[in-house]
Design a protein around this ligand. Structure first.
Ligand code: GRF
Length: 218
């Protein structure tokens, strides 16, 4: 019996890697349509590298300070990904902006997770900004990466209600738990072809149940 080969995924990190861990856990299932073949960090001390090594995944450190420009860094990154025959890239707390040239090379192949309901609150300090804005709901978004930061076709979102006494830390912790739910789902849908990117929208297979396609774990 022949089965569809799993998509070869690289995860790019800069830090603790709890989202990476959720992807490692999900992709370890025999029937998951993707496998993580490489984890790359721009920081040598990122704990996510240890998570990957514990799971037996190849790791690379590309310290951005070793490169004279963003494009030189992105060229090295591109080579490392090509050398490992990577097909999809997941950004998981990767704190580097990618150049338009790199993003163009990997059009519709780069996923990112962001801790707000995009297009609200792109950028940094999102939890405090959501609290300051007095919104009743925030959440997280997995999207396809475009040139502009935190912009691109939305694959999955989860809604997280705000509590009156939330601090940036308490809100971040609840949103992070939802991130761990939706990132593996989004990767599964893209890797399996159940999610199709058409222009700037992502269309989900009708066969996905409604709670799945409008993901709301809370
Ligand atoms: C997450 O909140 C993610 O949304 C943001 O950076 C954080 C990374 O956390 N882009 P971790 O390294 O996955 O724990």
């Amino acid at each position: 019996m022949t089965s569809t080969p799993k998509k070869r995924v690289a995860v790019l990190i800069s830090g603790g890697g709890t989202n990476l861990q959720s992807l490692i856990d999900a992709t370890s299932a025999a029937n998951f349509p993707a496998q993580i073949c490489l984890v790359i960090s721009n920081k040598a001390d990122a704990y996510g590298l240890t998570r990957a090594q514990k799971a037996g995944i190849d790791t690379r450190t590309l310290p951005h300070k070793d490169y004279e420009s963003r494009s030189a860094f992105d060229e090295a990154l591109d080579k490392a990904l090509k050398d490992a025959n990577i097909e999809l890239i997941c950004l998981a707390g990767f704190m580097r902006l990618l150049t338009p040239v790199f993003i163009e090379k990997w059009t519709n192949k780069i996923l990112n997770i962001h801790p707000s309901l995009l297009p609200s609150f792109p950028g940094l300090h999102v939890h405090q900004r959501a609290i300051d804005a007095g919104v009743r709901f925030s959440g997280c978004t997995v999207h396809i990466v475009r040139e502009e930061m935190d912009v691109g076709p939305i694959i999955a979102q989860a809604v997280v209600p705000l509590a009156q006494d939330d601090t940036a830390d308490t809100l971040a912790a609840r949103i992070l738990a939802s991130e761990h739910e939706i990132y593996p789902k989004a990767l599964e849908w893209i890797a399996s072809g159940q999610a199709e990117i058409i222009g700037e929208r992502v269309f989900l297979d009708q066969a996905l149940s409604v709670p799945d396609s409008q993901y709301h774990p809370n």
